[in-house]
Design a binder for this molecule. Structure first.
Ligand code: FMN
Length: 177
């Protein structure tokens, strides 16, 4: 694989994702950005490209955004400073309110995609969707189905969006949150 992406940086931030969660930013069909909290995801290689796979349940507004506009950014804080904003963006839907405003999040233009990033985070990914796959419940282990999908209000199955990482970088600028 030949890529200009810093793979050590791209994979190294997975520890921060695991510990502190992250923002997934997308855009709806009318061009309005939306942000939701993610706790899951992974960086790897698919189709000879560096990819970030995000798992978005069918019920999310973000799902509609990703289906309408094929780019997204992932912004990983890497510390606790966005705890309140992540809680809001992980419990409210962009169908009902502007979460950027409600959480006091400041956006900045991305380098390679026309979806913004959240200022003040540590690690950024800019991605274009290569593939969207609804997970196959029949192929899932029974305990996974029972824990994550069969309870009322679980939010539906996950769609696995594989985004080619077009850019990945770190910023140590001022924090907000
Ligand atoms: C810590 C945390 C992690 C989350 N991770 C995910 C995730 O990986 N995938 C997902 O579909 N929802 C996840 N959620 C739930 C969504 O962020 C939440 O349903 C959100 O309100 C969806 O917003 P939207 O309707 O604007 O897309 C998470 C929530 C929290 C609090």
């Amino acid at each position: 694989m030949s890529t200009s992406i810093n793979f050590d940086l791209a994979t190294g931030a997975m520890n921060d994702l695991f510990q502190y969660d992250a923002f997934l930013v997308s855009k709806d069909g009318a061009g309005n950005p939306n942000v939701m909290t993610i706790g899951w995801g992974c960086v790897g290689v698919m189709w000879s490209r560096p990819v970030f796979m995000v798992a978005v349940r069918t019920s999310r507004h973000t799902r509609e955004c990703l289906d309408a506009h094929d780019c997204f950014t992932v912004c990983i804080p890497g510390d606790d400073s966005f705890r309140k904003a992540l809680a809001l963006c992980g419990t409210k839907s962009g169908r009902d309110l502007d979460k950027f405003e409600a959480a006091g999040l400041i956006t900045a233009p991305a380098h390679r995609v026309d979806v913004p990033v959240i200022a003040g985070c540590k690690t950024y990914y800019e991605c274009r969707v290569l593939s969207a796959t609804l997970m196959d419940a029949e192929g899932a282990a029974p305990e996974i189905l029972a824990q994550y999908y069969e309870k009322p209000g679980s939010g539906g199955l996950h769609i696995l969006y594989f985004g080619e990482i077009l850019d990945c970088y770190e910023k140590t600028a001022e924090k907000q949150g």
